[in-house]
Structure formats: structure tokens, C-alpha cells
Design a binder for this molecule. Structure first.
Ligand code: ZN
Length: 77
């Protein structure tokens, strides 16, 4: 009775509206980034997200590395 497993073909690699937990590089507060299906793409072809830390108020920029789909968060100057 456990043989039926329903898998959606889009489960594996979907960037649509997924949330990512990140830590503020300034104060280490836990933040959530909502990755949309229409991200901003910068001139180098990276997905980028702008957000503000709700704990320390820093302007932050998140960039997704296209090679490993990892989100890198930096403090915006
Ligand atoms: Zn912060």
C-alpha cells in the first residue's frame, strides 16, 4: 500500500515563488527572501534581490549564483 508516489515534474527545480532563509551579514538576524518567478537580472546575468534587514535596517542585496543556485547576501553600499 505504499507503492503509489505522486511526483510532479516541476518539483525538482522550480524557482517560482520560493522562500529562502538567509542571515543578515551585518547583524545575523534571520530573514526570508521570497524568490519570485520574475527576478531582477543584473548586467552579469545574476538574479538579484533587494531587501532591508528588519532588525538593523541595513539595505541588503541578494545575488543568486547561477552555478549552484546559492543565494549570496551582501550589504548594499
Ligand atoms: Zn541586520
Amino acid at each position: 500500500m505504499s507503492g503509489k508516489l505522486v511526483t510532479s515534474p516541476s518539483t525538482k527545480r522550480s524557482n517560482a515563488a520560493k522562500s529562502e532563509k538567509v542571515a543578515c551579514p551585518n547583524c545575523a538576524a534571520a530573514l526570508m527572501i521570497h524568490r519570485s518567478d520574475r527576478p531582477q537580472i543584473d548586467e552579469c546575468g545574476f538574479e538579484s534581490y533587494s531587501l532591508q534587514c528588519r532588525a538593523c535596517g541595513s539595505a541588503l542585496v541578494g545575488i543568486v549564483d547561477p552555478l549552484d543556485d546559492k543565494l549570496l547576501l551582501t550589504v548594499s553600499p
